[in-house]
Design a protein around this ligand. Structure first.
Ligand code: SAM
Length: 150
């Protein structure tokens, strides 16, 4: 399920606060986050990791049609990936995944400045910002400063 339009807009505003480094989507799905991010940020590298074949193929086709040279789409389990140096990781996953991501960040110490998570918090880290989107559930979007806390 892709991020809602309201969640996407809130995440995009937070991404704009993370400088000019790479944007990495952990679970890029059909490309509904990475494609518009790569289009609207041609000066930034955008990277997606996606396991499922059909969503990944669809996002690769969109990338090719739109000629998005700043977008790299890996068909790969991001837990097993050596994460690139990045300004910001973005994700919309589920609670157990947030535990695994926290463990990966702690054990591997990748050069990541921020993490933005749609709806699900990282365990035991304090977000530097929480945006509540204007939907029925007042769903939270969390922004974490990673290098200061792991
Ligand atoms: C809820 S969708 C979010 C899509 C997009 N990031 C967005 O915000 O619209 C989560 C995606 O993560 C993918 N995913 C879950 N675990 C993964 C893993 N370990 N490695 C790669 N992709 C994964 C799922 O296949 C799914 O497409």
């Amino acid at each position: 399920m892709p991020s809602s339009t309201k969640a996407f807009i809130a995440m995009q505003k937070l991404v704009d606060e993370t400088g000019q480094g790479a944007i990495v989507d952990l679970g890029s799905g059909w490309g509904s986050f990475v494609i518009p991010m790569a289009k609207s940020n041609p000066q930034r590298q955008v990277v997606g990791y996606e396991l499922s074949l059909l969503p990944w193929l669809t996002s690769v086709m969109q990338k090719n049609i739109l000629g998005l040279d700043n977008l790299t789409l890996h068909r790969k389990n991001f837990y097993q990936a050596c994460l690139p140096e990045a300004a910001v990781l973005v994700c919309y996953l589920y609670p157990a995944a947030m535990n695994k991501i926290a463990n990966k960040l702690t054990s591997e110490q990748p050069k990541i400045d921020f993490l933005i998570s749609n709806n699900f918090a990282l365990p035991s880290l304090q977000p530097s910002k929480v945006v509540k989107i204007d939907d029925f559930y007042k769903s939270p979007i969390y922004l974490y400063k990673i290098n200061q806390q792991t």
